[in-house]
Design a protein around this ligand. Structure first.
Ligand code: ASP
Length: 323
């Protein structure tokens, strides 16, 4: 049997519904601990109840603690796989953070639930069992961090929460899942082609994420400048364009040395320097805006936060964002 470390961090998967008020909240004792015995039939599990946090309370600090805990456990406890239970709101961010920072190829699977532990049709226990099965499977090695919910296996890089309440919320737009979980098998039908990692020991930067909209002007950029950020990620329009009235302020920010990364607010496709009108991708590229590679805004923000610990050089950052 494989030795799997299960780390609980909180979220709906570890919450209970108050039958009188219908409010979902934290429980004194983590209800997931009730399932530890059932999991012993699949793997040799070690369980750590690390945090009891709803995922909107998770920050980069907790993500870094998770990275370090996993790496230490690989050395000290010889674990062969990891499962993390997590609230779904920011699950994709923790999964991606670990994907690009953990220095190991052992399977790391993040899971959660859309219904709390005592609701009818609770999906948490099932997702937890599926996640342990995937983490114990040989084919899950070297795939990067995985997200497993609702019988599907996604990459931490591409999975995103697409629905506020449906249990099929995690999808990988443009790419689809890597594999499926069925009663008897764990089946992978795709494999990622590249995995990049950055071995950071701290997260010290302030990176802001901003979404563009029709009629947006530069005032928000000057407000952001006054916060002295270390970096800015903009979810631009379409293929990577911005309203022209943003350009002068953006130029000032870039000339001051603040890296600006562009992603699209479209959830499919890449940003490219195609349009040459005022505010178009070509002009933005000439200004020194860094073009990203299909990551969504929240993941590009984490990537900039992490890569800024490694380099501040524009060309090196641009190269990292091509991967
Ligand atoms: N709001 C919850 C959280 O992220 C949602 C969930 O876990 O599904 O903690």
């Amino acid at each position: 049997m494989k030795k799997i470390l299960i780390i609980h961090t909180g979220g709906t998967i570890a919450m209970m519904e108050d039958k009188e008020t219908g409010a979902v909240g934290q429980n004194q004792k983590n209800p997931l601990l009730l399932h530890t015995d059932a999991l012993a039939e699949i793997a040799d599990v070690m369980v750590e109840d690390l945090f009891q946090l709803p995922s909107p309370h998770i920050t980069e600090k907790e993500m870094l603690i998770l990275k370090q805990k996993i790496e230490t456990s690989i050395i000290e406890n010889k674990i062969e796989g990891v499962v993390i239970t997590h609230g779904t709101d920011t699950l994709e961010e923790t999964a991606y953070f670990l994907d690009i920072t953990v220095q190991s190829d052992i399977p790391i699977v993040v899971t959660g639930a859309m219904r709390s532990s005592n609701e009818l049709g609770a999906d948490g226990p099932y997702n937890l069992i599926s996640a342990v099965r995937v983490a114990a499977s040989d084919s899950a090695s070297g795939t990067g961090v995985l997200v497993v919910l609702n019988d599907e296996i996604h990459t931490g890089k591409n999975a995103t929460k697409t629905h506020t309440s449906n249990i099929a919320t995690f999808q990988s737009p443009q790419y689809g899942p890597l594999g499926i979980v069925s009663k008897r098998e764990i089946t992978f039908h795709h494999m990622p082609t590249v995995r990049e990692t950055y071995d950071i020991g701290k997260v010290t930067k302030n990176v802001i994420l901003l979404k563009a909209y029709a009629g947006m002007d530069g005032s928000i950029i000057s407000a952001i400048r006054s916060l002295h950020p270390d970096g800015l990620v903009i979810e631009a329009l379409g293929q990577g364009n911005l309203p022209p009235s943003m350009v002068p302020e953006l130029k000032v920010l870039i000339d001051e040395g603040v890296p600006v990364v562009l992603v699209s607010r479209c959830f499919n496709g890449y940003v490219q320097d195609v349009y040459n009108y005022e505010g178009g991708g070509r002009q933005l590229k000439d200004l020194g805006v860094i073009f990203s590679n299909g990551l969504n805004g929240q993941k590009a923000r984490l990537k900039l936060l992490i890569t800024l610990e490694v380099t501040q050089k524009h060309d090196e950052l641009q190269e990292m964002f091509f991967i």
